[in-house]
Design a protein around this ligand. Structure first.
Ligand code: SAH
Length: 184
């Protein structure tokens, strides 16, 4: 049997997202999470996904076509997500930070824009909505983004947000760290 960190994140989100929900994939990459959110939100829901690379949109479009699903694919930085949606309307926002494996390691998410996007995302989430942030560190990712994102999250008001951080105790090599935030 195989359990991946991505499976684990999906398990958690499955218990929050319902058919008909509005969801955002803030870091489209190759579209794995976009596809996952489309399946959860169903035909009556809507998924929008952001990336700054045209190649990510192309890969995601192809993946969705193969599964006969559709999403709104936006070529723009996630730090501008508040331009596209109304506050308090989104059920789920997923971030998968870092760079695209097999792609250009310089086209990575960055602390300032990631934190800006999280801030915007918090406004867009509805009460009971969930945000997942999968944080990468070590190697080419370094530790700056992880440290700055965690420092930002730690200061959020616990009457407004329930936040849980996960670690994988026996995995070496700086495993990714998922964070789940629920808007109260
Ligand atoms: N680290 C993950 C993959 C992350 S992919 C893994 O190992 O599976 C991260 C994606 O975020 C990339 O496709 C990159 O182009 C995108 N990205 C970088 N900056 C962004 C921004 N400001 N807004 C939206 N997407 C961004």
């Amino acid at each position: 049997m195989r359990v991946t960190i991505t499976d684990w994140i999906h398990k958690v989100l499955e218990s929050f997202v319902k058919e008909g929900d509005l969801c955002i994939d803030a870091t489209m990459g190759k579209g794995g999470d976009t596809l996952f959110l489309c399946e959860l939100a169903g035909a009556s829901g809507k998924v929008s996904a952001f990336d700054v690379q045209e190649a990510a949109l192309a890969a995601t479009r192809e993946k969705l076509d193969r599964h006969r699903l559709s999403a709104q694919l936006i070529l723009d930085g996630h730090e501008h997500m508040a331009d596209y949606f109304r506050e308090g309307t989104i059920s789920c926002i997923m971030f998968n930070l870092g760079y695209l494996p097999g792609g250009d390691h310089h086209l990575t998410t960055r602390p300032e824009t990631t934190i800006q996007a999280i801030k915007e995302g918090l406004k867009l989430l509805k009460t009971g909505g969930i945000m997942s942030i999968c944080i990468y560190s070590g190697g080419d990712s370094g530790f700056e983004e992880r440290d700055q994102v965690l420092a930002y999250l730690e200061k959020l008001d616990d009457r407004q947000y329930f936040i849980s951080r996960q670690d994988f105790m026996n995995k070496g090599n700086h495993p990714p760290m998922p964070v789940f935030l629920i808007k109260l």
